[in-house]
Write a protein that binds this ligand. Structure first.
Ligand SMILES: [Zn+2]
Length: 270
């Protein structure tokens, strides 16, 4: 049997009061027989720092690969001080909170620059993020940069941009998350994507295995359950297999549908 952990994004798994929900992270993982989970540590659309979790010790002790998804509002590439500086701060807070639950890594979107900005400034801001942190001993968990679906002047949408980003952050040990829906939306060839990415980054640390509701190259980010979107399911499963790393679904669905998808991926991994 393959040793690649397979699982699903489960949200925060906490109630509004910060208590462990009935369908908390470990309960959800058990329900769908996941060996990996991805969690939020704070509102993904907000700037609030994560609070200590009541289930931190259980998460650290669990026989489960846990990854954290940082908030979507973060944009460490931004040339706007009022976005970039709070983004760095929030990222640092999330990294510490990720370490507190024993996370294997923290997923961050590549971000973008805007308007008349030179993308070079965005790549440089990524480099500075790691440089500053290196002075403090580095991030306490690996920072995993995810490719994005669309957006002008994005740092990790086109392979050419990814190569420039890696020139900036590769030396600091940055990791990479391959999202299949985003790759499809950006027009990447999923038949060769694992090799294409590895030729640039040398690594793939996590696969976000998602089907897409839209056609290839659409630049749209609408995830679909495996086999229910536009991406041939065999192609998706082959990406998961060849990437050889943990696989997390971010597909719409409920416990039973996620359990079925996880079982299908496991069968494909052999
Ligand atoms: Zn993703």
């Amino acid at each position: 049997m393959s040793s690649q952990p397979v699982g699903v994004h489960v949200g925060s798994g906490l109630t509004e009061d910060g208590e462990v929900a009935d369908d908390g992270v470990l309960a959800r993982a058990a329900e769908v027989d996941a060996s990996a989970v991805q969690v939020f540590l704070a509102d993904p659309q907000g700037w609030k720092a994560p609070k200590p979790r009541p289930d931190a010790e259980e998460l650290r002790a669990a026989d489960l690969t846990v990854v954290v998804h940082a908030p979507y509002v973060l944009n460490v590439a931004s040339t706007n001080n009022r976005i970039r500086i709070p983004s760095r701060k929030l990222l640092g807070q999330h990294a510490a909170a990720s370490a507190a639950i024993g996370a294997a890594g923290m997923v961050v979107h590549g971000g973008h620059v805007t308007g008349g900005d030179d993308p070079a400034a965005g790549f440089d801001n990524w480099r500075k993020l790691f440089e500053r942190q290196a002075d403090d001993g580095g991030f306490p968990v690996p920072v995993l940069v995810e490719n994005t679906a669309g957006g002008e002047k994005a740092m990790a949408r086109e392979l050419e941009a990814l190569a420039r980003l890696w020139d900036a952050v590769g030396e600091f040990g940055a990791g990479f998350v391959l999202d299949t829906c985003h790759a499809w939306a950006a027009g990447w060839d999923l038949a060769t994507v694992v090799d294409d990415v590895r030729a640039i980054t040398g690594r793939i640390d996590l696969v976000h295995l998602n089907d897409s509701r839209d056609e290839a190259g659409s630049m749209r980010d609408r995830h679909a359950p495996l086999g229910e979107g536009q991406i041939p399911v065999d192609l998706l499963l082959e990406v998961a297999r060849t990437a050889g790393c943990p696989v997390v679904l971010e597909t719409p669905g409920d416990g039973p549908s996620h359990a079925a998808e996880i079982a299908m991926v496991r069968r494909a991994l052999g």
